[in-house]
Design a protein. Structure first.
Length: 208
């Protein structure tokens, strides 16, 4: 059936199915396991059908990544909603981060896959990525505004993100030891980061 004979709900449903298959195939075999022909075969449609909705597999994966970033940001936003204390809000967002990464590992891996084209080629992906970054820095902005930590919230959010992401990826790759376990390593990492953020710059400079 031609695209222009479908209702918007039918179009959206097909695109959602296509993206779900692409995400699973990526998780199973990486980028090389995601081709327009392979996706069409699994969906039981003509090899040309996916091209009615996406120009190529990179555009499909960009749509999958955008949806994952939106789910990720929503999870953090929902966890922080209604929590008034900045520290409690930051803890809730941090726990939501880990819950998302470990409950949706395929989506998490694809979000940060380095083989994908730059976000600037795909406006929806760029928007979703920026939403996630804003969500990550929101709690730190509140903590710096109230004088509970020191530093540029944008810089701090990237530092913390890099640390958490590194630990998460190590766990997903099975590279962490059984002892100390993930929770112990995560708690110690956050303890050290928190000490640094609570140290005024002039005090830190004197220590150097």
């Amino acid at each position: 059936m031609a695209k222009n004979n479908l209702s918007q709900s039918e179009i959206d449903a097909f695109k959602a199915r296509l993206c779900a298959v692409a995400e699973r195939r990526f998780a199973e075999g990486g980028v090389d396991s995601v081709s327009m022909r392979q996706l069409a075969a699994e969906l039981g449609c003509s090899p040309m059908t996916p091209y009615r909705y996406f120009s190529d597999k990179d555009e499909i994966l960009a749509a999958v990544r955008a949806a994952a970033f939106d789910r990720f940001a929503k999870a953090l936003e929902s966890a922080a909603a209604g929590v008034t204390d900045p520290r409690d809000r930051a803890r809730a967002s941090g726990r939501a981060y880990l819950d998302f990464a470990f409950s949706q590992p395929d989506a998490y891996r694809l979000m940060f896959d380095m083989s994908q084209p730059g976000d600037d080629r795909y406006p929806e992906l760029a928007r979703a990525g920026e939403r996630a970054r804003r969500t990550m820095s929101a709690g730190l902005e509140a903590l710096t505004a109230t004088g509970q930590i020191y530093g540029d919230p944008q810089v701090l959010s990237h530092v913390i993100w890099a640390a958490i992401h590194g630990l998460v990826v190590l766990r997903l790759a099975g590279k962490l030891p059984e002892t100390p376990d993930f929770d112990t390593l995560h708690a110690e990492m956050m303890r050290l980061l928190t000490i640094g953020m609570r140290t005024p710059p002039d005090v830190a400079n004197k220590a150097d």
